[in-house]
Design a protein around this ligand. Structure first.
Ligand SMILES: [Zn+2]
Length: 428
């Protein structure tokens, strides 16, 4: 069982007069990720200022000290923002008894300025404890507020959970997306891993990414996750980073999911991926450019976009709104694949990687029992088949004119020569 971690808790106060400075020095940071409930209506804002004027308590604000030593407001954002608005004379006060801040008499202003706002400051003293854990401890303690998605999946344990948590904490891809959405990141890592483990990239059948499915997946892979699939998953993230790099900073979460799908699909199925990194970077630039060149409400394509492209990209935008259903995931991947294919072409690898006995027998017969390399007699049982155009480059297993039967030794020699020359070696 992991050691229980307790954040430092400090009870303190500031006076209202300090608030503008705190904002100006960027000491206070509003993070909308922690927003609980609705944004306040004007009536609630007026009530708050009335309470302050009557010297009532407005409750305790809960702050959290982030890595940059800024105070992020966990609880009390609406209260702080309302006070700020009042101080800046931006609160609509007509039909109320409240005097605008700048019109307050000297004494009233001094009184208001001296009003104390009490706060609890949470800070981790344990370097192992991530901000997220503190914040979630706090959020979970709040009564009557349902756990959010990230908190829900956090309550579970197991190998899958560890895998996506570690990925989120250690993989550099998340550093491109800014800090605003960071509570979404663990969820995102869980979604991508679910796609990889439960998705069928050959037939384009994908799991739903709703909460139930994620929790089911956590339970299903509680004991183990295939090391090979995990490696492929991390490989995809590495691929996205090294290929797209700074382009990732412009990605919305849904684009991350889409491009993960595309990369994984191409790495799984496409023949000849040597140039894929550059191709993907080029593709992403164009795709995002076109995608962002019009809104979902536009009826006519903007300049430089054909009707067909307009329809495709609009369909993509529509699907991206749905996000979590298998159909939406598949539809977006289909659109990305067809766009990518238009630009760079996709030759799907033959799903059959190896020649079967029947095919090898045919080769043996065709070569009259002689090795295709050294021309000496073959022992059928110990012979191996070779793709002339490599399978990874689109060489079809079913096409026997692309195959030759060799001694095992001759085959490994040939492969070594091919690796050295990085091209098609000479046969015969
Ligand atoms: Zn041979």
């Amino acid at each position: 069982m992991p050691k229980q971690t307790v954040p430092d808790i400090d009870f303190n106060k500031f006076v209202i007069a300090e608030l503008p400075e705190l904002f100006k020095d960027k000491k206070i940071k509003i993070n909308y990720e922690y927003q609980r409930g609705d944004i306040w209506k004007r009536r609630q804002q007026i009530e708050l200022i009335n309470s302050i004027n009557k010297r009532y308590s407005i409750g305790v604000i809960v702050l959290f000290v982030n890595d940059n030593e800024q105070f992020e407001i966990l609880d009390g954002q609406q209260r702080i923002l309302t006070i700020k608005k009042y101080l800046e004379d931006k609160l609509e006060l007509s039909d109320t008894d409240i005097i605008p801040y700048n019109e307050l008499g000297v004494q009233d202003k001094a009184l208001l300025n001296a009003y104390c706002v009490y706060y609890l400051k949470l800070k981790s003293h344990d370097p192992e404890t991530k901000e997220e854990d503190i914040v979630q401890t706090f959020l979970r303690l709040q009564e009557g507020t349902p756990l959010n998605k990230a908190e829900k999946i956090n309550a579970y344990r197991g190998v899958f959970k560890d895998a996506f948590r570690r990925t989120r904490e250690e993989h550099s891809i998340f550093s491109y997306f800014g800090t605003e959405k960071r509570f979404r990141f663990r969820q995102l890592a869980a979604e991508l891993l679910t796609i990889e483990l439960e998705g069928d990239f050959k037939n384009k059948i994908f799991p739903s990414l709703d909460q139930e499915t994620l929790i089911k997946t956590i339970k299903k892979y509680e004991k183990s996750v295939s090391a090979k699939k995990l490696k492929f998953f991390i490989g995809n993230l590495d691929f996205l980073v090294s290929s797209l790099n700074y382009l990732l900073t412009g990605f919305k979460i849904r684009e991350v999911v889409s491009f993960y799908l595309l990369v994984s699909y191409l790495r799984h199925n496409r023949a000849g991926n040597e140039e894929l990194k550059n191709e993907l970077a080029e593709f992403a630039k164009l795709f995002l450019q076109k995608l962002n060149s019009f809104s979902i409400y536009d009826i006519k394509p903007p300049k430089g976009i054909t009707r067909k492209e307009f329809d495709d990209y609009k369909a993509y935008k529509q699907e991206a709104k749905v996000l979590t259903t298998p159909e939406s995931i598949k539809a977006r991947l289909e659109i990305l694949i067809s766009e990518f294919d238009r630009l760079h072409g996709i030759i799907i690898k033959d799903p059959e990687r190896l020649h079967d006995t029947e095919q090898k027998r045919a080769l043996f017969f065709r070569q009259q029992g002689l090795c295709g390399q050294c021309r000496k007699p073959l022992d059928f049982k110990n012979s191996t088949s070779h793709h002339i155009i490599a399978h990874s480059k689109g060489g079809q297993t079913s096409n026997l004119s692309n195959a030759v039967l060799l001694h095992e030794k001759c085959h490994s020699n040939l492969e070594a020569t091919l690796r050295k020359s990085k091209g098609q070696g000479k046969l015969f």
